[in-house]
Write a protein that binds this ligand. Structure first.
Ligand code: UD1
Length: 370
């Protein structure tokens, strides 16, 4: 019997990262069996089920049903439930693969490492150097206890080396999210009626630092109303953001602007089609900085820093933070055709998942050889 590796995913940005690896493992008849563990961090249909359907991921083998809560509560629920699962299964897993930087990532890594099960971190080494971001704590802590660090962009390798991680634990595999993007760009399924040839900008917003403070959210909304005076704005709103906009009465202001369409969160394919067709994207997401860079769609990021600096040097990303003058200048450049275009990035080639499977296969083989 082949050894098993748990693929842990829990929140929306995790699903597009495990999908291509599952497919590559299947296609190449990898020497391990993936076990899909859904932590339940995201549970709404739009945030989870739709992603599984559109990304063609088979249903999870295990569902931990952790749900929402404070950081401590959510992390603790996943940690306890995943530990119980790990202790129950026999024979034990050959490894646990965690992805990205969400609470599910650190919780699962911690449970596995305490049970001496090798931990693989996919998308390791990214650093925003801003410990005010919960994801930065998750990244640092996960990398510190992972046995194999799979890196998606050049800065990741540099950061890990600086932190003293030995070379043999680091492997540059490239970006699996781009594998998913490439697959769906070419599968011909994307056809969104909102893409009608009229120019529009796409907006996503969900970082606690942008949406949880009413003053900050008000400033952002005022800027967005100004943008919508120039160009149609399509805004699929994350559940956290919808809640904050309702609490502050700002949802009413946004939705009453004739050029703003506030929508429920979109599935992967619809969102991709909007991103591809947008004149530009305004976002605070990590993944969208990468996806727009790959497609050479201008991206204005409402953050002061990024853990994905290659999107600034080789991509179409500009960090505008809350400096709306900077954003206005960038929008002028975009609309006059003078905005930067992207350059190729190593390992963002649609084949990263095969390199991940190779790394996981080597890990399994080396464990057998001991
Ligand atoms: C989480 C990740 C963030 C990632 C984002 C993508 C952490 C620390 N943060 O943030 O890195 O960019 O996911 O979405 O892990 N809710 C629903 N339905 C759901 C899930 C959540 O309505 O399926 C609501 C709940 O009110 C919940 C809130 O959204 O309290 C926030 O969800 P949570 O998982 O805590 O964090 P995100 O903001 O989604």
């Amino acid at each position: 019997m082949k050894p098993s590796i748990a693929f842990v995913a829990g929140a929306r940005p995790n699903f597009m990262k495990i999908a291509p690896v599952l497919r590559a493992a299947d296609e190449t008849k990898a020497p391990f069996t993936p076990v899909i563990v859904h932590t339940g961090q995201h549970y709404s249909r739009e945030m989870s089920d739709v992603m599984f359907e559109q990304l063609e991921i088979r249903p999870p083998d295990v569902h931990l049903e952790a749900g929402s809560g404070t950081h401590g509560q959510q992390t603790a629920k996943i940690l306890a439930a995943f530990e119980e699962f790990l202790m129950e299964i026999s024979p034990r897993l050959a490894a646990v693969m965690v992805v990205g930087d969400v609470n599910s990532t650190i919780a699962a890594a911690l449970a596995a490492s305490k049970l001496h099960i090798p931990v693989v971190h996919l998308e390791a080494g990214l650093r925003s150097f801003d410990r005010g971001m919960p994801e930065e704590i998750n990244r640092i802590a996960t990398d510190a206890i992972s046995d194999l660090l799979l890196v998606s962009e050049p800065a990741g390798e540099k950061n890990l080396r600086k932190e003293g991680v030995p070379d043999q634990r680091i492997r540059y595999v490239g970006n699996v999210m781009i594998d998913t993007l490439v697959r769906h760009l070419t599968d011909g399924r994307a056809a969104n009626p909102m893409v009608d040839g009229q120019p529009f900008a796409l907006l996503t917003l969900h970082r606690p630092s942008n949406v949880d403070c009413p003053e900050t959210l008000t400033r952002i909304v005022e800027f967005l109303l100004e943008v919508a005076d120039q160009i149609r704005l399509i805004f699929p709103a994350h559940p956290r953001t919808q809640l904050r906009l309702q609490e502050t009465g700002l949802l009413e202001r946004l939705s009453s602007h004739p050029a703003i369409q506030v929508l429920q969160p979109l599935g992967y394919v619809d969102n991709l089609e909007l991103m591809r067709a947008a004149a530009f994207v305004i976002t605070d997401s990590g993944g969208i900085q990468e996806e727009t860079s790959y497609m050479s769609v201008p991206c204005l990021t409402l953050r002061e820093n990024t853990e994905r600096p290659v999107t600034l040097t080789h991509g179409t990303n500009t960090l505008v933070g809350l400096d709306f003058q900077k954003a206005r200048t960038a929008i002028c450049e975009i609309r006059s055709g003078n905005y930067k275009r992207s350059l190729p990035i190593p390992g963002w080639d649609g084949r990263a998942a095969y390199r991940v499977v190779e790394a996981l296969s080597d890990l399994v083989k080396s464990a057998h050889a001991v």
